[in-house]
Design a protein around this ligand. Sequence first.
Ligand SMILES: C[S@@+](CC[C@H](N)C(=O)[O-])C[C@H]1O[C@@H](n2cnc3c(N)ncnc32)[C@H](O)[C@@H]1O
Ligand SMILES: [Zn+2]
Length: 642
Amino acid sequence: MVRISMHILSLVRGRELVKSLKHLYFFARSLCFSQERVNQKLRNQDKVQPFEMGNVEEEKGKEKSMPIDLSEFSIIKEGEAEILMHAKNEVFYNKTQVNNRDISIAVLRAYISKRQQEHEAMLSKRMKSTEKISEKNSSEPVEEEGKTESVAHDEKSNGECEMTDQEEPCNITEEPIKIADGKARGELKSPRVLEALSASGLRALRYVREIEGIGQVVALDNDKASVEACRRNIRFNGSVACSKVESHLADARVYMLTHPKEFDVVDLDPYGSPSVFLDSAVQSVVDGGMLMCTATDMAVLCGGNGEVCYSKYGSYPLRGKYCHEMALRILLASIESHANRYKRYTVPVLSVQMDFYVRVFVRVYTSASAMKNTPLKLSYVYQCTGCDSFHLQPIGRTVSKNTSVRYLPGFGPVVPQECTDCGKRFNMGGPIWSAPIHDQEWVASILADVKSMKDQYPAYDRIFAVLTTISEELPDIPLFLSLHNLCATLKCTSPSAVIFRSAVLNAGYRISGTHVNPPGLKSDAPMEVIWDIMRCWVKNHPVKAQPPDQPGSVILAKEPKLQANFARAVASLSKAQAKKVARFLPNPERHWGPKLRAGRQITSKHVSLLGPKALNESHTGESEEEMNSKRQKVNDHASASQ
Ligand SMILES: C[S@@+](CC[C@H](N)C(=O)[O-])C[C@H]1O[C@@H](n2cnc3c(N)ncnc32)[C@H](O)[C@@H]1O
Ligand SMILES: [Zn+2]
């Protein structure tokens, strides 16, 4: 009915009568068809009469609508959203990113509820201070100018508070304060989201169709075919999508720069690196808002090309086993550096490495004084070239005297020229974000929410497993050790993870897993303690003699100072392990990975990216029938995974 009324409206706006009637007829007809029947039609190669799809917002008049032949499309359903996918792959769509979209939805839901709580807390604080002042005023008839000023400023600022040194940043876009029953009451507007690189619009559509309390979603793309597809998909998704999603043909960088502090959430999901979008993105987020950012250039971030990483992100990557976590921390450091240019700073809420990409969720605040803490949250990393020892070199430090704090450069170097464990030299990487990469309170509430809405996440099993592992990570320990690598250095058999964890715990240190690598271990035990534990292990599990200059031989030549206790410690299994909750899941199918830029031809140089099967398929020149059957499989898979 809504669709029909929209068409009557468009008719009133002066469209050609005959054309609109035709339009109306096909929409009415499409309403009668169930989704399955549309699919069936596509499978049977039935030519559906073309119908015209107009644009959805202010650019309505500018572009001429193109007639669409539905038989050229397959319908892809993910969550509540459905998109029309053209057979020619003109617009980017990668179903493996369902994990990425699911996690983003979970974080957005948490953000909306947190934002509401923060708003209520701010209102009640404001109310209390107003009450205090009015009490004071009633007992003291003469007003103290200075004291009332701050409240007056508060009310006048209407949510756009200026930061003072100790203040909590405010995060709200408020409607004017309404006076009801003599009380001041600020109402929170629904959050506005910018999906800066939207392609088909699938993400934006899922956001509006699945997230309660979400406001407007602005979907941008600088590719005409993508914007056309996005608009088509908006219409295809009905009235909620039409009223909430706006699609614009625009360069995201220009758009974000010209819309400073306008969006509660800015979502960047680029091909490869987000580096060129960061500067404008950090400026487009409101105070207390959230920036969500994906990077799929893992080869760059993980040290395949260190100097390229430096030029894009301002950090040198290292090729340790921890490189995927380092990738997350390089991205976080880079976002912070861009934010600092505008007196802003970030607070990570959740940082995930999954499949073939990293994705971070950070809140953005403005405060020139809080920004001074940034050097305390960044470190260089010294990685020994001989053994697996690594050490962090913080960039800054503080000295407190009475109530004042001085900010100073960090003491260094934290390592001598040669590794104290094996005698080899160090590579230096970074700077990385060395403060926590998740807010565990957020993680717990996201996890609880995901669990309670299991059916609403097509990738539930996967995202639940990842979030569970994240919830058990030691929050204050950057990077991790690989038990496998420690043993490879010493050329010894490996203790089980439980035995090794127990030895660390029995020595009085903490240890946890990491979501980026199933055997990876995070610990606050210094490297000398780790090596002592391994020396003790080798005493009971001797190794063959090695040349004396080998790092392993140098390490084993020293006597341990600590006597390791390998008795099984109670906490040697994580809670999830103890409860047999899956923490890591295999990929649902082969070549569960990145996808080429829309419209590109698959050639032999893409084999490493997409796998040989993709290449063979692109060369076999499949028949239309095969293509249709594949498209159907995609649909089946999408609906089966819900
Ligand atoms: C990886 S796709 C986005 C996928 C989408 N977010 C999803 O979840 O399905 C990246 C998109 O960014 C668009 N793009 C690239 N550079 C852009 C720019 N400077 N401004 C706007 N869009 C851009 C591309 O046309 C492409 O459609
Ligand atoms: Zn070493």
